[in-house]
Design a binder for this molecule. Structure first.
Ligand code: NAD
Ligand code: ZN
Ligand code: ZN
Length: 392
């Protein structure tokens, strides 16, 4: 089959690799009909290289049709399914608490990491990823979400990651109807977090340096702001000087605006693996620009919710400000299945309350993955969300 593989920093290719096979009774194999590129994939492309092996199949946002079903998978050949990016058993101590991204059966203990993820480096179990024609789905008796036949793929596809991640981000930001929410970053996660904030009754401010991303958000009722040194003052001005009740950081560790860390990131991406890992884990090379802006902006006693991915250990944090402002902080990989019951009716609603029809800017054959990654990273051609078609 064809699959997108990681080859090195800023280097992916489309290769012919062996088809996946059933390994456990509760596995399924799906033929992938749509598979998206995520901001998280850009971290593999850029800074998480020391945790990757050349040839790793990447990708974690798929949907498709079951072509082989293990005897205890609970699925049947022909089922149309969306596959969550977090792999969970559904019945351990953590899963019972709906903390599926911490599943104790699939945790990657040798790396000290949470639940396995599709296509996401040694840190998350080196599970073959989903930017491929076929995907082996472990724990298929719990993960896949069966969906109907009527609606096009893009209505359902974002249940794999973007929508539950954005929903969790807003829930964790703890804003009540009538309160205010700021969202840093208007990539796919920020777009959806902002729209979910509006849907749940908040007033929402969105911040991003890229004009077409601000335009997309403003089409959906978000009050948008460019990213510059006075942005937080502008938002304080419209929140009675206090700052918003909740802030979502949908940027993560590759934020614009921290030049020193940028140099360090570049260095880590280019170092030999063991050295790169040591620097990443102990020297603290996070680019914390968006997190620092969130800490500055949130009102006293408010909540910051990080959905942007962070790595590294030793980055200094403004503890005085965090403590003095009495800030609450929540974060983590999305517990995807915890939010599907809330989201499925919304994506199937003919009135499309979250505007899922307005997110994908590019649907491209899988063979174009190298150009698609470059375009998404460099944000050229108005690119906001790319879906690859593995069967084209
Ligand atoms: N927690 C989870 O489960 C989960 C799941 C999916 C994605 N993520 C993470 O969410 C983040 C966003 O993902 P995405 O797909 O939307 O990616 P993306 O890279 O398209 O979006 C990031 C956006 O942030 C903007 N930005 C950069 N620096 C900024 C700054 N200082 N202030 C404001 N905006 C800034 C960029 O212009 C871009 O539009 C990534 O870190 C990704 O890894 C987390
Ligand atoms: Zn993703
Ligand atoms: Zn579990």
């Amino acid at each position: 089959m064809k699959a997108v593989t990681w080859q090195g920093r800023r280097n992916v290719s489309v290769d012919n690799v062996p088809d996946p096979i059933l390994q456990e009774d509760n596995d399924a194999i799906i033929e992938v009909t749509s598979t998206a590129i995520c901001g998280s994939d850009l971290h593999l492309y850029e800074v998480l290289g020391p945790y990757m092996d050349a040839g790793d199949i990447i990708g974690h946002e798929p949907m498709g049709r079951v072509v082989e079903a293990g005897p205890t998978s609970g699925l049947a050949v022909g089922d149309r399914v969306v596959v969550p990016f977090t792999i969970a058993c559904g019945s351990c101590w953590m899963c019972d608490r709906r903390l599926y991204s911490q599943c104790e059966i699939t945790q990657v203990r040798e790396q000290g990491s949470g639940a396995r993820l599709f296509g996401y480096s040694r840190l998350y179990g080196s599970v073959p990823g989903a930017q491929a024609q076929y995907l082996r789905v472990p724990h298929a008796d719990f993960g896949p979400v069966k969906v109907g036949e009527e609606l096009p793929d893009h209505r359902y596809l974002f249940l794999s990651d973007v929508l539950p991640t954005a929903w969790q981000a807003v829930r964790y930001a703890d804003v009540q109807p009538g309160e205010t929410l700021a969202v840093f970053g208007l990539g796919p996660i920020g777009q959806m977090a902002a729209r979910i904030g509006l849907h749940l009754g908040a007033r929402v401010f969105g911040i991003d340096p890229i004009p077409e991303r601000r335009e997309m958000a403003s089409r959906h009722g978000v009050e948008v702001f460019d990213h510059h040194k006075d942005t937080n003052d502008e938002i304080r001005d419209v929140t009675e000087g206090r700052g918003p009740d909740g802030v979502v950081d949908a940027v993560g560790m590759e934020a614009h605006g921290s030049p020193i860390a940028k140099a360090a990131h570049t260095a880590v991406g280019m170092l030999p693996d063991p050295l790169g890992r040591t620097l990443m884990e102990h020297a603290g090379i996070d680019r914390l620009a968006a997190l620092h802006s969130s800490i500055d902006l949130v009102r006293r006693g408010g909540t910051i919710s990080l959905s942007g991915v962070y790595g590294g250990q030793a980055s200094p944090l403004p503890m005085l400000t965090l403590f003095d402002k009495q800030v609450q902080l929540r974060m983590g990989q999305a517990n995807v299945k915890a939010w599907i019951d809330d989201l499925l009716p919304l994506v199937e609603d003919p009135s499309d309350p979250l505007g899922v029809d307005d997110l994908v800017t590019h649907r491209l054959p899988i063979d174009t993955a190298p150009e698609a990654y470059k375009m998404f990273q460099e944000k050229t051609d108005g690119c906001i969300k790319v879906v690859l078609d593995p069967q084209a």
